[in-house]
Every structure is written in C-alpha cells, then in structure tokens.
Design a protein around this ligand. Structure first.
Ligand code: ZN
Length: 358
C-alpha cells in the first residue's frame, strides 16, 4: 500500500529545455518539457514546468488576441452542447456556492463591504454572496463585453471592461474582497494579475480563488505526448498549471497570507488522474480545430438563452426568511468533507482564501 501511495502523484518524466520565454512567475529560463499542445488552429506551444518555481505554462504563451478568439470559439462549442435547463441549473449551483462562501465569512466574523469579481461569468456566485450580505457593493471586471452587459443588466453590478493584467490606478485600495474563481489558470501573465489584486485590495483585504490542481490538469496532456508522442488538444485556455507549494510560495511573496488553502474532490485521484497511465485519461490528440468555424460560423446557431432571476432562484429552500434551510440544503449538496493540503498535488481543485498585508 505504501509503495502505491509513494507514486501518487507520479512524477513527470521529460527533458530539461531552454525555454523561448522566461517563466512568468520567477523569470527562470529552463524547465521540463511535459507536452506539446495545439491551442485550436491558433498556436502550437510546449507545456513547460519551471525548474525553479514548479509553475507549468505554455511556452511560448498565447497572446491576448489568440485568447479572445479561442475563448469565443470554446464558448460557442460548449454552449451548443448545452440546454437551457442545464444552464439554469449551473446558475443555481453557483448561487449556492456563493451563499456558502458568504456564510463561511460570516462565521469568521468577516463582513465585506465592497467586492470585485474578476471573470464573473453568470454573476450568480456574487448573487449568493449578496443573499448573505444584502448591503454589499459589487463591481465586476472582464475583458468580454457580453459578460459585463449580462452582469450589469441582469444583476445591476458595476461593470469594468479591462484586461486583468492591466493595472487601474483609480481602483487602488478600493475593495475589501477580490474574487477570482477559475480565472488564474487562464491569464497570460499571472504575476501581473496578482499584483493588481494586491493593488485593488485595502490592507487586510481578502482574496478568494479556486483553480484546478495543476498536476492533475497537466497529466492528460503529459500522457498524450509521453505515450503517443503526439500533440495534445487544448481548447479551453488553461495556460497556467499550479503546483500546490509553488502557488503558496508565490502568493506569500506577494504579501498574501493563507486563511484557508486546501484541495478537495479526491475522487479524480482515485480514478487515476495524476498518476495512472491509461488511454482513458489522455487528452485527445490535436485535430487543430478551426477556431473561426466556431467563432464566426457556428456562432449563428446559438440560441439566445435569456433567464429570469426569480425563475432561476425559485427553489423552495431559497427564501430570505428561511436562510437556515438555504444553508442546510446548500451544505448538503456541496459539502467537501475531505480536504487535504494542496502541497500534496492530489485532488481536483484548489480553494484559497488569502489576506493581504500591505
Ligand atoms: Zn518559475
């Protein structure tokens, strides 16, 4: 038993190469080549794990323009598979998660007044947070106009159109909470983004994020390259793959102290992700899918889903006078009783709540 556990997570084998671009966190110039990916038909890059800080990134990194086309193509591809009912369930799920997050802050005696969410998606996570803190002032930042328009019209949040890497001086010390859920794995320059979060937060302000366990996320690309010697397909722009300890060290260097930092959903590890060699766990071999086919042609087939908030949140347990019931049901549906240190690099997702000391 012990010998099996010793190999989880399994180490990546690969040659050490001199990279085209330095590591975006530490500036190191060499790293282990884990895989070669094709990001749609837009770019071929190595996936390189830094020899110094253990962050894995695309090398070379995709550009902001490539990101924009690829993200739109991905959105179209994913939405065409989706139904309105399924999407409405997702919104409700995000609401419950936001509610639980708010409750956990409340239990710690924290009451945020001004929150900024980077990459808010549907905005329903914040809607759940607002259910706990009705007075909270909400701002959302995104590069995508449609996302901002939805958040502003549907929820009344204040929208800011901006690339997350670009600092906005007028936001300095403006927020006591910054949220970035499933965002930091997508940004082309993680160091700049975290510096900006630091800038926007007031002293002792909080930063909450979720992100995939990078080791597990890399594993599928590693298998395709290592076992088949083929390029692996990258459609969703995961461009950063975080090592649990590397991410913690990096955030500490940026003056963030962890209040909560853990990995959960260990089911995926049990199924072999991060250590087992199997065809099933491999990323598909690249077909260099046409990004413009989706971004320019198939986009016309998109049904325009529109949602009425009271319909999305019509469940019996969501009621302002019955918040205890909201809590019980949400906890039941989203409890993650088993939590381990992200430094073990097992499990599916990393949860972080950090406090900045300016
Ligand atoms: Zn590095």
């Amino acid at each position: 038993m012990e010998s099996i556990l010793k190999n989880i997570p399994s180490e990546f084998k690969g040659e050490i190469i001199y990279r085209e671009e330095a590591c975006r966190i530490c500036g190191h110039k060499s790293g282990k080549k884990i895989s070669v990916i094709d990001y749609w038909d837009l770019r071929t890059s190595n996936l390189v794990k830094c020899s110094n800080c253990n962050l894995a990134q695309l090398d070379p990194m995709i550009t902001h323009d490539e990101t924009a086309i690829g993200c739109l193509a991905y959105y179209v591809k994913a939405t065409l598979r989706n139904t309105k009912e399924k999407e409405a369930k997702n919104l409700l799920r995000n609401f419950r998660r936001g509610f639980l997050f708010g409750r956990s802050l409340e239990k710690q005696g924290i009451e945020p007044k001004k929150v900024l969410e980077m990459g808010p998606g549907s905005g329903y996570f914040l809607e759940g947070l607002k259910f706990v803190f009705p007075e909270i002032e909400i701002t959302v930042m995104d590069v995508n106009k449609e996302v901002l328009q939805f958040n502003s019209e549907h929820h009344g949040y204040k929208p800011i159109e901006n690339i997350l890497e670009k600092p906005l001086e007028h936001l300095e010390n403006q927020f006591d909470l910054v949220v970035a859920r499933d965002v930091i794995e997508h940004v082309v320059d993680i160091k700049k983004v975290v510096e900006n979060i630091q800038l926007y937060l007031s002293d002792q302000g909080l930063f909450h994020f979720t992100t995939p366990n990078g080791h597990e996320d890399l594993w599928k690309h590693y298998l395709t390259y290592n076992q088949k010697n083929k390029h692996s397909e990258l459609l969703l722009n995961h461009v950063n793959y975080f090592d649990g300890k590397g991410l913690l060290d990096f955030l500490k260097e940026q003056a963030f102290e962890p209040l909560k930092y853990y990995t959960y959903k260990l089911k995926t590890t049990r199924r072999g992700r991060g250590w087992k060699v199997s065809e099933k766990l491999m990323s598909p071999v690249s077909q260099k899918l046409s990004s413009s086919l989706y971004a320019n042609e198939k986009i016309k087939d998109l049904e325009n889903f529109s949602f009425i908030k009271s319909e999305v949140l019509k469940s019996w347990y969501i009621n302002k006078s019955r918040k205890m019931m909201t809590y019980i049901i949400s906890s039941y549906l989203h409890a993650n009783p088993i939590r381990v240190s992200p430094e073990l690099n097992v499990g599916h997702e990393i949860y972080g709540l950090f406090q900045v000391n300016k």
